[in-house]
Design a protein around this ligand. Sequence first.
Ligand SMILES: [Zn+2]
Length: 300
Amino acid sequence: MTAVLGIDYGGTRTKLLLARRAGEEWEVVRQDSVATASGSVVAIVDEVRSFVGADPVAAFGITVPGVLDEATGTVVRSTNLPWLDATRPADDVRAAFPTLGPGVAVQDGSAAALAEATLGAGHGHRDVFVVTLGTGVAGAHLIDGGIRAGAHGAAGEIGHVATGGVLRCSCGGVGCLETFIGGRNLGMRWDAVVGTGGPSGAREVVEAADAGDGRAAAMLDEATGMLAQGLLGLVATVDPGVIVLGGGVAQAHERIVAPTVAKVAAGATFHAVPPILPARLGAWAGAWGAVLRSGGLDGP
Ligand SMILES: [Zn+2]
């Protein structure tokens, strides 16, 4: 059976995944991770061409970091890869590599959330809310495999619910949940505590807590408490069937996921608390999302 290709075009690494349908499941033909080719679609196509080789590809998906007009496939703005602005990456790749089959561009966070909900921790659930704890905090609500984007395409931004904190958020607001549990903010808070030049991230805080630093443990305790409050609000308003916690910060299971689950359970009153599960696909979620969105699902 013909395979479909997922291209997860990231700020530092590009992940390439060739997969084919095997009954209800997908199977990996092969996968590879390379340094992101910078500056031109020709460079992307060179990587893709050597990866695909002679294998026929029925369709492909390519993720884009940034804001994407999914109706036209045009990049509105990519902070990390500004050369993509106003381009149509899927069309450009296809034009340079016509035998690849038709392609579609997908916003990277949407792709990862779709993959986690469909193939990862949300597999088997119809109603999934994916919270991504990365540099910032994002969320996506998926029902029957489709993202519920909201009336204005702005739903899911759980990172920007107010907590009563005082730090300025990347969105311009003050005290958003992201200012406690986002990786960049955790690192900035830690740098302010220890007085080193930084920049640190969540990893440094977790490592310090694991090494016995009470200041780091207290910072993470406060962060997971805020996250639990945010999730209780989510459960109260949305009542999802399962909540998936993904992103780099959530890889610290014992310091982030486990205490958050315990605090949600302790704080629940009338809430129908669903399972709160760690993401399963890790760094390959975006590439899997590109495979799923490629259109190859119903293809030859
Ligand atoms: Zn915010």
